[in-house]
Design a protein around this ligand. Structure first.
Ligand code: SF4
Length: 187
């Protein structure tokens, strides 16, 4: 009989738990103790998942200003304590040694990444946006109707951008004549 990976994992977990329970082990205190230790003495702050427009409520636990845990807020009428897999990983958005903290630039044809100063990178982005807009901006159609647009620039925001940032971004883009404006949280 073919057994899927999911069925095998489920069976293994059930067998292990069943074995412990059959031996008279009560696993609940251990689970509660592990949870208690992690957020013991932590300050709990209500917040909202930054990832999508659903707006699930979260509780952020911090000790001495350092985040130690983030979980779903059971008081939220939206998610009632649940978080989707992306929301359940919010902690790693804040605490993650793999997170890129420097601008990396790879020149055309180069094989190595180069660390760039943020201001230099921002200037380069502005320079390219202006150049592209200048080269592709269309003021009017052939029959004289006003367009004021460029189809050569596309703005795609990430879901961790908040409402305020998105509002400013779309104002800037529309001011430049960009019509392709989207955000991952809305897709
Ligand atoms: S990403 Fe997931 S957890 Fe976050 S708000 Fe959206 S549905 Fe909720």
């Amino acid at each position: 009989m073919a057994v899927s990976r999911r069925e095998l994992l489920k069976a293994s977990a059930a067998t292990a738990l069943g074995g412990l329970l059959a031996m008279g082990c009560n696993v609940q205190p251990a689970q509660q103790r592990a949870q208690e230790l992690r957020i013991k003495d932590a300050k709990a702050v209500p917040s909202v998942c930054p990832y999508c427009a659903v707006g699930c409520g979260t509780v952020v636990h911090a000790i001495d200003g350092r985040i130690v845990n983030i979980e779903g807020d059971v008081r939220s009428p939206i998610n009632q304590g649940n978080l989707c897999p992306k929301g359940a990983a919010i902690y790693q958005l804040h605490v993650n040694p793999n997170r890129a903290t420097k601008v990396l630039h790879r020149a055309p044809g180069a094989t190595q990444w180069e660390v760039w100063d943020l201001n230099k990178a921002m200037d380069r982005v502005a320079e390219l946006v202006k150049k592209t807009r200048d080269e592709t901006f269309v003021e009017k159609t052939a029959d004289g109707r006003v367009l004021n647009q460029t189809l050569a620039i596309f703005s795609l925001g990430g879901a961790t951008m908040d409402n305020e940032w998105n509002h400013l971004q779309q104002k800037l883009m529309r001011g430049l004549g960009v019509v392709a404006i989207e955000n991952q949280a809305r897709i």
